[in-house]
Ligand binder design. Structure first.
Ligand code: S3P
Length: 465
């Protein structure tokens, strides 16, 4: 096994290769037995940056994810007057915060979130305590995504959004000196919505109360670690969160663990490859994120979490995976949806190779991501000859074929450059055969710049046409 630090150097030095042309994959990956470390967690990287911008003093993150979503967040913060030193070679990022509501910028500033929903939906909350007008824009994909989900609660705090009744980017936001705390019910299971309200609560005097369906809880854990006044009462379906605002907090250091969502592609690659093994080191395995492991293990995989540690409220572990030739179908509980929300495309691929008919339900949020992922998942399964049926626009049945192999040409384009569609198709190509042409492979840089380097390291072959 290769030493992990050597791998890290190898990946860092080659992760800037441009891939504007389609990628061709026409060979299945051969057996492998490797240890890898995937890139840093996207949710934690963005939250570190946003919270550090509101802290007092110099905060430092190691292993901040070097992806376009995080770059967009850092660039927006720089435009808002925050001093940031990001040394990508030494792999650290320092952010100099001046306390709550300390951004310094001119009226009519334009902020570009590019492809990042998390950047825009969370950062907007930090802009509502100033009466300066800001324009928020994003790329083609982000400009199609719903912003009403944050406009409604942030308007209740006192912010004004223009044009009135517009629910997508570009948007103008104008805040106020007189924010009022709110009572808010979050019922989609969206951590972005919950976190947006939590950040707005930080800037508002008095107590904000949030009743929220379970979703990833990184913001709560960071608030607790930073000693921001927060009380959480956990319930069976909903949590109650109370936050007292206007209390400054000190700067902090943070080591970002590897991203479970990026890891999921290599977990499934290993499961679907013959006689292979992989260890994914130091992955964030927060209970609110490991739905993919739970689902795949229920399908018969034997994924193990070893070397478990606690870090500032988060859980970290090494993930051990072996090939599986006996995956079985699942009737997936909707309770697992939010903890696996970014992993469903790759889970669908596992279901396509499982024995029996799998059923995933109430996935309405999946069609509201960077692209319509439920529709794309279904379309790709049909392209590879896997029978599937979308039910009521939110659920899907997949008839698995354990011995599925392909011997045809497949071209994937027009998918709004969704990084997770691209990655799912690459894993399908490496495990099913056929000749795949996948457009816009650069889209992976949104969340996982080392993706192709790791594929190469594991012995996978691809060409850029
Ligand atoms: C994220 C939450 C999820 C996820 C997104 C990142 C976050 O969105 O899909 O990639 O960092 O809070 P929702 O919370 O809207 O489901």
């Amino acid at each position: 096994m290769l030493e992990v630090n050597i791998l890290a150097i190898h990946l860092n030095s080659t992760s800037n290769i441009l891939m504007p042309k389609p990628i061709i994959i026409k060979k299945e990956i051969k057996k492998f037995d490797k240890k890898i470390k995937v890139d840093g967690d996207k949710s934690l990287s963005i939250r570190f940056a946003l919270l550090a911008s509101q802290a007092i003093g110099k905060s430092k993150a190691n292993n901040l994810l070097k992806s376009e979503d995080v770059v967009s967040t850092i660039n927006c913060l720089k435009k808002l007057g925050v001093k940031i030193i990001w040394d990508k070679k030494k792999n650290f990022c320092e952010i100099y915060g001046n306390g709550l509501n300390s951004f310094a910028y001119k009226d009519n500033l334009i902020l570009d979130g590019k492809n990042s929903g998390t950047c825009v939906r969370l950062l907007t909350s930090l802009l509502i305590n100033s009466s300066k007008k800001i324009k928020i824009v994003g790329d083609k994909s982000l400009s199609k995504r719903d912003m009403k989900r944050i406009i409604d609660p942030l308007s209740e705090f006192g912010a004004t959004f223009y044009p009135k009744y517009r629910n997508t980017l570009p948007l103008y936001v104008k805040g106020t000196d007189n924010l009022t705390p709110i009572n808010y019910i979050e019922s989609k299971g969206s951590s972005q919505c919950k976190s947006s309200v939590m950040l707005a609560a930080l800037l508002s005097p008095g107590q904000t109360k949030i009743k929220c369906k379970h979703s990833r809880n990184h913001t709560e854990l960071l608030f607790k670690y930073l000693k921001i006044p927060i009380k959480i009462k956990k319930g069976r379906n909903f949590d109650i969160i109370k936050i007292k605002g206007k209390k400054n907090f000190n700067s902090f250091n943070y080591n970002i663990p590897s991203d479970i969502s990026s890891s999921a592609f290599f977990i499934v690659l290993t499961l679907l490859s013959k006689n292979s093994k992989i260890v994914l080191e130091k992955v964030g395995v927060n209970d609110s994120r490991i739905g993919v492991v739970t689902i795949l293990n229920k399908m018969g995989a034997k994924i193990k979490l070893k070397n478990k540690k606690k870090y500032k409220g988060e859980k970290i572990a090494d993930i051990h995976v072996r090939s599986s030739n006996s995956l079985k179908s699942i009737n997936c509980s909707k309770k697992l949806n939010s903890s696996a929300i970014d992993e469903f495309l790759i889970i669908f691929l596992a279901a396509a190779r499982a024995k029996g008919v799998s059923y995933f339900k109430n996935l309405e949020e999946l069609n509201k991501k960077e692209s319509k992922r439920l529709d794309w998942g279904s379309k790709i399964l049909s392209m590879i000859g896997v029978k599937n049926q979308i039910i009521n626009n939110h659920s899907i049945k997949i008839w698995g074929q354990p011995n599925l192999k392909l011997n045809k040409n497949i071209e994937i384009k027009n998918y709004l450059k969704d990084h997770r569609v691209m990655a799912m198709c690459s894993i399908a190509a490496l495990t099913l055969g056929g000749k795949w042409k996948i457009h816009d492979p650069d889209s992976i840089k949104t969340s996982f710049p080392s993706f192709f380097k790791i594929i190469k390291f594991l012995g996978g072959r691809y060409e850029v046409s």
